[in-house]
Write a protein that binds this ligand. Sequence first.
Ligand code: GAP
Length: 499
Amino acid sequence: MDNLVALAKRRGFVFPSSEIYGGFNGFFDYGPLGAELKKNIRDCWWNDMVRRREDVVGIETSIIMHPKVWEASGHVAGFSDPLVDCKVSKQRYRADQLFWAEVYVQKNPTDERRLIGYVSALESERTEEELVEAADTLKRKLREQGALTMGLIKDFTAAGSLFEKIPSPATGEPTLTPPRSFNMMFQTNVGAMTDASSVAYLRPETAQGMFVDFKNVVDTGRVKLPFGIAQIGKSFRNEITPRNFIFRSREFEMMEVEFFCHPSEANDWYQFWRKTRYEWWQKLGLAGQNLRLRDHEHDELAHYAKDSGGCADVEYAFPFSGEKGFSELEGIAYRSNFDLTQHQKTSGVGLEYFDQERNEKYLPHVIEPAAGLTRGLLAVICEAYTPDESRPSKVFMKFHPSLAPVKAGIFPLVNKDGMPEIAEKLYAELRGRYVLEFDAKQSIGKRYARMDEAGTPFCFTIDGDTTKDQTVTVRHRDTAQQERIALDKVAAFLADKIR
Ligand code: GAP
């Protein structure tokens, strides 16, 4: 992962935000290559989810919405993580990351629970896979000792007193406070007053914009059920422990669809989106063993999803996910009519849909495929990263050609004998259609190495033969092999390879 982060910075994919001021934890900037790559993933999603579908429309809603939106959605009351502080070191931890397995033993039902062990779950020290393994080992040990009850702690505020016995990772002594709830929404004030009446939030998800605009979209008359509303945009979460590069950041981008349908069709639509979204990530090149679709266990489901289709995650094996571990890339959730019910109740505005064909008025049910754009970019970079000791760059980025930030390099072999003029003409001809890099500096080997690190699938070199027979060399990134094609066939070559 360190090599990948170094390459991302060196080549201009991702920089730490505000780096000249020492960086700002959980915030990142996308450099010239990163901005192109992100745009390509975003466009691919928008084309597949909105433009190529007759039953989905796209919108863009504001980042700061009426604060009542977040009361209705449950974010004001419930969008929180359990937080503990070390009283001595002043370090702050997420309780669920510090303390993974339940730690008490109760040999008889009448016995008091007795603390006999715990699994430290500091994410910076252990991968999720290692944590699960450690928790399993602890559970086995406890069972051998006759423990009757054990498991993962879910309600950390109820587990408060246990934390007073657990050593702080900073001091090794029991110096932790009991957990308290920490709301992850960023607060701001709107207008000149900075009091409780002006509090507003930066949205922690794009989804609520689609629910709040449901009626407006229906009233445009362009849609009828079943249909989806889609949106791509920034979201903000004040994560207690942002980690793993851009995987969990405090400002990130999401790509979400809220698909509205009749309750009787919700299960079928859930199955459809579950499959469609998994296949979409495969299409981006995340094929094979690194990608999986995992259905949630029954006890992981939100209450409104328990009686129906359920919830599934598309997961990717990031390098920090451990040897067999996977981490979430996208969630596909059956949300019933939970959100529309909440907004109808809180706003007092009727959000029921009149279904002419069924002659029925109802609150539609919703299937929500919610993907991370910036997390998707990280998966694409991880998948593309291909070490190759035989190359000067020692590594190349094997992006799918349609995602590659730069589609082709155009090089005059030397800066004389008419070569720069031909190269510049070719560059000018293609530049309107593709992102290209014109490079006339240093040896051809060094230029190829730069393009390998940028993941540029093709390089065209204009050399001495070009002036004689009007052909150029094409160098293929993945094989490093070269072939000659006619100069006037370069545009057709690229059009064929990059769709
Ligand atoms: N509306 C549903 C929702 O917000 P979520 O699972 O919290 O669901 C959806 O978020 C996706 O957004 C995740 O699967 C992940 O890809 C991305 N995501 C969530 N929190 C993130 C963070 N702190 N940094 C980067 N991406 C994040």
